[in-house]
Design a protein around this ligand. Structure first.
Ligand SMILES: [Zn+2]
Length: 264
């Protein structure tokens, strides 16, 4: 069976104890870490240790790379794969970290292509994931998401959900699932939920998930993932089928975990 620790170098990395300061960072910055039981915390910490050594973090626009940046991003990325065997995003080598919102300039247009009908706006981005390329993350948005899970937004969960999606070959909203039965139920539930979100957002009606998820199937999966980890109790209550399918894929019962934490 596949085991992520088969690698000799990884075993060596884990000879080092998990730094006490890193535990403090996790406790303070990553609310979902506090929800985990002892065994899960242990597993996550091991993945964080390996992830932070294996991945290359590059600060952009003057951003300095601190332990806090490395640990918070690694922990959230690995939270998604806590429940199933995974090779720690082996295709990902680099993370580009910007201090604040990256603004992508509008495309340049020639004299003859200019038209008042074309909206020329700059697009602000908080993160971006590329197949076999870097992940771009904006640090102030990462901290906002980590500190305010009630918003249902977490740019790290979002971008790493895209990476899981891309591992199946294309970013089409369906990651590599664990069984043939899962594909069947996934297709049914995701199609229904995606079309519902699209219909409601087109009509300007209130939507359960962020209407950004109506853009395409890949964004739907990423947006649903953010909600599954951030507001699982509400998702389980309101969109049970979607919750169950995601819980089956991530092999995590995030709602139950949060309930347990709340009653502590
Ligand atoms: Zn996206």
């Amino acid at each position: 069976m596949f085991h992520w620790l088969r690698d000799h170098r990884r075993k060596e990395i884990l000879q080092q104890p998990f730094p006490a300061e890193w535990k403090e960072i996790l406790a303070e910055m990553v609310i979902h870490y506090s929800f985990l039981n002892g065994e899960e915390k242990n597993h996550l910490e091991q993945m964080v240790q390996v992830f932070t050594v294996e991945k290359n973090y590059e600060g952009c626009n003057g951003q300095e790379i601190t332990d806090e940046i490395k640990v918070v991003i690694a922990a959230e990325a690995c939270m998604l794969i806590l429940g199933f065997p995974h090779d720690l995003y082996a295709g990902l080598l680099s993370l580009l970290i910007y201090p604040s919102t990256v603004v992508v300039p509008p495309p340049k247009m020639g004299v003859f292509t200019q038209s008042p009908l074309i909206e020329q706006s700059e697009t602000a981005i908080y993160g971006q994931a590329f197949q076999r390329g870097p992940v771009i993350l904006v640090w102030d948005e990462v901290t906002r998401g980590a500190r305010h899970p009630e918003s249902g937004h977490n740019v790290v969960y979002h971008e790493f959900a895209h990476l899981l999606d891309m591992e199946s070959g294309a970013a089409n909203g369906t990651p590599r699932l664990h069984s043939r039965d899962q594909y069947k139920i996934w297709a049914k539930v995701f199609t229904e939920e995606f079309l519902r979100l699209r219909r409601r957002s087109e009509r300007g009606e209130k939507t359960f998930l962020d209407p950004y998820g109506a853009l395409n199937e890949a964004e739907f999966f990423a947006v649903a993932t953010e909600y599954f980890f951030d507001r699982p109790i509400r998702m389980e209550k309101k969109r049970k089928a979607l919750y169950d399918v995601l819980s089956g894929f991530y092999r995590q019962d995030t709602a139950q975990r949060q309930r347990q934490y709340n009653t502590k």
